[in-house]
Design a protein around this ligand. Structure first.
Ligand code: PEP
Ligand code: MG
Length: 556
């Protein structure tokens, strides 16, 4: 038995088969020989991989149907031409049949041949096509590997089988947000990933989906076998492999106790959120998906303190129309009415970039410092207005507040408000609605905003501290980089100074203030800020009861 450590995301333990999904670096491929009788099925594998990739391209192109993205369309078309080009496909099939080798190997040999031909031509056009072909072959190799994983999972040891068994735990060196749903559909119930940190957006997504995970896992390449049973303990961030019956029994007992613990927390469902000495605390929920509202309401939240709308785009991997966005917002707003719903405008960019939108973004060498959040919205006002129209239409059905992400100075708020007022006028006229101007607030998550909060307050109706980004930018630690995640320190004097400055200034100026970053579910930290007068926090739905219990034990 051995263990691999990382940062745990969640509280659950699961036992399941390992789905080892290492991404290929370069084109190191599996070489194998096949027999005559396997030619047809090997060609079938190749065709299935081509079909899957072609479908990916079609889906992306579909999501761009209504937008003018000439260059990107051309690129997609050229890639689709390559995967249907006989020089690549027919010739690779021939190699499989004639040399009796597997599809990966035949593909790479054909790639070498094509590259050699292109190298003889100095025309830059062919040099560019060479890169395209290399990329396509790389993607086809990944698809072939995916097909193998789906088709040939090694069966779990029947002797050790147990009713607590989930289906799969996906182990991977890296993972992007928009890939998660694909794995879940294949039966993955937990993730253990080498990249990422506890405050990365990947962690946010896992919490929102209530999927146990480990991020920043120690390197596992070749240590864990595909199909092997493993234990994922998301509370302590430990992945156990090479299991024996003793360790399995131990963890099955822990799973049972975990269920009991969750059951006990249910007593906090219908009680107000108060400290031991009856000070009321507003406990709001952070959501990424409209489906989460039912659970949030059941748990008795006092509103939605942060609706991360960009996750709607990430989940569907497409640009949502005004009507689609309106339906999503209306669902949440109506369900919560009369409780408030703080809808944050799109915080796209950096690690939150659906592939369907990547052409709209410049390739930043330092994405966290690049075109993200309000910067993207102000540079793409037509895009921004579509979202604002949808939010304003939804505001007719309840209590909506609008929040602007990644604010660094008051000018951004002023510009955004101008666009919001224009939309308010248009929506009121178009739909004959008598709309009130919604409260407009700012995320305080960049040090410049926290330091100069007094200059922002006259322009906002509320402020919400985004401590995940505030800590990232204050301590210069990339949220997505597990190599520096141990430096994440909410107790750092600089972080404390900034949070204190925001809370005290807002209270002095009568500007409602809350915390919506991960720090909101850390009672040791929040207690200090409650003592300064903070009275509202917003946290993940999965942490609501735990936080209510913790608040009930403190005295202010
Ligand atoms: C934050 O930065 O603390 C925050 C709540 O926003 P996000 O995690 O979505 O960046
Ligand atoms: Mg943020």
């Amino acid at each position: 038995m051995f263990t691999l450590m990382g940062h745990g995301i969640g509280t659950d333990i699961i036992i399941a088969k390992a789905w080892v999904n290492m991404y290929f670096s370069g084109l190191e491929i599996r070489y194998s020989e096949i027999s005559d009788s396997e030619i047809t099925s090997e060609i079938g594998r190749l065709r299935r991989a081509i079909g899957m990739l072609d479908k990916d391209f079609k889906d992306i192109s579909e999501s761009f149907k209504n937008s003018k993205t000439g260059d990107f369309d051309n690129l997609l078309d050229s890639h689709r031409l390559i995967i249907n080009d006989p020089l690549l496909i027919v010739e690779t099939e021939k190699r499989i049949a004639e040399s009796l080798i597997n599809a990966e190997c035949a593909l790479v040999r054909q790639l070498d041949f094509i590259v050699e031909q292109f190298s003889k031509i100095s025309n830059p056009y062919f040099q560019e096509r060479k890169i395209d072909v290399e990329q396509i072959v790389g993607q086809l190799v990944k698809k072939l590997s995916l097909i193998d994983h789906i088709q040939n999972p090694r069966k779990p040891d029947a002797e050790l089988a147990d009713k607590n068994e989930a289906s799969w735990i996906c182990l991977s060196d890296q993972m992007s947000i928009n890939e998660i749903s694909k794995f879940i559909k294949e039966g993955v119930k937990g993730f253990a990933i080498e990249s990422g940190s506890p405050t990365s957006h990947l962690a946010t997504l896992f919490k929102s989906l209530e999927i146990p995970a480990i991020l920043g896992l120690q390197e596992h390449n070749e240590l864990v076998e595909h199909g092997e049973r493993v234990i994922l303990d998301s509370e302590s961030g430990v992945l156990l492999a090479g299991l024996d019956s003793y360790i399995l029994a131990e963890y099955q007992e822990r799973i049972r106790k975990g269920v009991q613990k969750k059951q006990k927390l249910k007593v906090f469902v219908n009680v107000p959120c108060q400290t031991k000495n009856q000070v009321d605390i507003g406990l709001m929920a952070n959501i990424e998906n409209p489906k989460e509202v039912i659970k949030a309401i059941e748990l008795g939240v006092s509103g939605i303190g942060l609706f991360r709308t960009e996750f709607l785009f990430l989940e569907k991997n497409k640009i949502l129309s005004e009507d689609e966005q309106f339906e999503a917002y209306k669902h949440v707003v109506e369900a919560l009415n009369p409780l408030p719903v703080v809808i944050r405008t799109l915080d796209l960019g950096a690690d939150k970039l659906p592939s369907s939108l990547s052409s709209k973004f410049t390739k930043d060498s330092n994405p966290a410092l690049g075109q993200r959040g309000i910067r993207f919205s102000l540079e793409n006002p037509d895009f921004f207005k579509v979202q604002i129209n949808a939010i304003l239409r939804a505001s007719k059905f309840g209590n909506v507040k609008i929040m602007l992400p990644l604010i660094t100075e008051k000018e951004e708020i002023i510009k955004a408000k101008q666009l919001i007022y224009q939309s308010l006028h248009n929506v009121s006229e178009t739909y004959c609605y008598d709309l009130n101007t919604p409260a407009i607030g700012a995320m305080i998550e960049v040090p410049s905003a926290a330091i100069t909060i007094e200059s922002l307050i006259p322009h906002i109706d509320f402020a919400s501290l985004g401590t995940n980004d505030l800590i990232q930018y204050t301590l210069a630690i990339d949220r997505t980089n597990n190599k520096v995640s141990h430096l994440y320190n909410p107790g750092h004097p600089a972080v404390q100074f900034l949070i204190e400055n925001v809370i005290k200034s807002c209270i002095r100026e009568n500007c409602p203030v809350s915390i919506c970053g991960e720090l909101a579910n850390d009672i040791v930290q929040t207690k200090k800020f409650f003592q300064m007068g903070l009275r509202e926090v917003s946290t993940n739905v999965s942490d609501i009861l735990k936080m209510k219990e913790a608040i009930s034990k403190i005295t202010l």
